[in-house]
Design a protein around this ligand. Structure first.
Ligand SMILES: Nc1ncnc2c1ncn2[C@@H]1O[C@H](COP(=O)(O)OP(=O)(O)OP(=O)(O)O)[C@@H](O)[C@H]1O
Ligand SMILES: [Mg+2]
Length: 243
């Protein structure tokens, strides 16, 4: 579904992605982890062209995303994207936030978009909060609203960048539960997270980035074993200490 072919990226003189090659198979879940500043956000943002690359090639469903004929709005409609900080519009109700992509990208009226938005809210368990403002719901609920919004155009790919790291601990579980359901539902999912319990249980592959290099790409069994790359084992024990 997604292929990175020798992808490199610089910000000015600073090279942040070094020659990354990897494949995300359709319907699988990838967890991406690694130290702060290792390039995780940058790498996932290259997939919908939020970040340009200097060399290499990225294909989505077999098409080079940088080809002239690829329309960036079409590309982005097929890829849901969820950020750490929800990015909901504070002046819009929950349901109005969720329907926004249908209105902006599909030209639907509020009335046309409403039934789909309500269905999405039901799916994330928040139909009863449809008329609330973002300030009046919890962080975990806000992130579920953001996920509902990211799914409303029925993307085949969902990318999440640390979706639980801004949440109070008691709210992490409800978001991970939703991601587990989505993963089981067959969407292709790429999630940057340090929730290693989730990674072990849900990921098909776990990618470890260090200084912009994909130093390890393994099944959870291998990733959490003694045979894992020494950098991974060091990283896991540092996470363990911080918990
Ligand atoms: N817009 C930018 N301009 C210049 N440098 C940037 C920019 N965005 C990120 N960087 C640098 O690129 C490197 C990778 O950053 P990135 O945000 O991708 O890391 P990360 O793995 O997501 O880190 P974190 O775990 O802290 O979120 C870092 O050195 C960062 O300082
Ligand atoms: Mg990041």
């Amino acid at each position: 579904m997604i292929e990175f072919h020798s992808v490199s990226k610089r910000y000015g003189a600073l090279q942040v992605i070094h020659d990354v090659s990897a494949t995300v198979e359709k319907g699988t879940t990838i967890v991406l982890c690694g130290p702060s500043g290792s390039g995780k956000s940058t790498l996932v943002r290259t997939v919908n062209r939020l970040e340009p690359i200097q060399s290499g090639r990225i294909t989505v469903a077999g098409r080079d995303i940088h080809e002239k004929s690829v329309d960036v709005n079409t590309l982005r409609s097929g890829i849901g994207f969820v950020f750490q900080q929800f990015n909901l519009f504070p002046h819009l109700t929950v349901v109005d936030n969720v329907m926004l992509p249908l209105r902006r990208l599909r030209g639907q009226s509020r009335r046309q978009a409403l039934p789909t938005a309500m269905l999405m809210l039901e799916r994330v368990g928040l139909a009863d909060r449809a008329q609330s403002l973002p300030a009046d719901i919890s962080g975990g609920q806000a992130q579920r609203v953001a996920i509902a919004r990211s799914l409303i155009l029925k993307p085949e790919i969902l990318i999440l960048d640390e979706p639980t790291s801004a949440l109070d601990p008691e709210m992490v579980g409800e978001v991970l539960k939703l991601l587990r359901e989505l993963s089981a539902g067959g969407i292709t999912l790429m999630c940057v997270t340090h929730e290693m319990g989730f990674a072990r249980e849900v990921a098909d592959r776990i990618w470890f980035l260090k200084s912009g290099r994909l130093t390890f790409d393994a099944s959870p069994d291998l990733f959490f074993s003694q045979e894992a790359h020494p950098d991974v084992r060091g990283f896991l024990s540092s996470i363990h200490r911080n918990h």
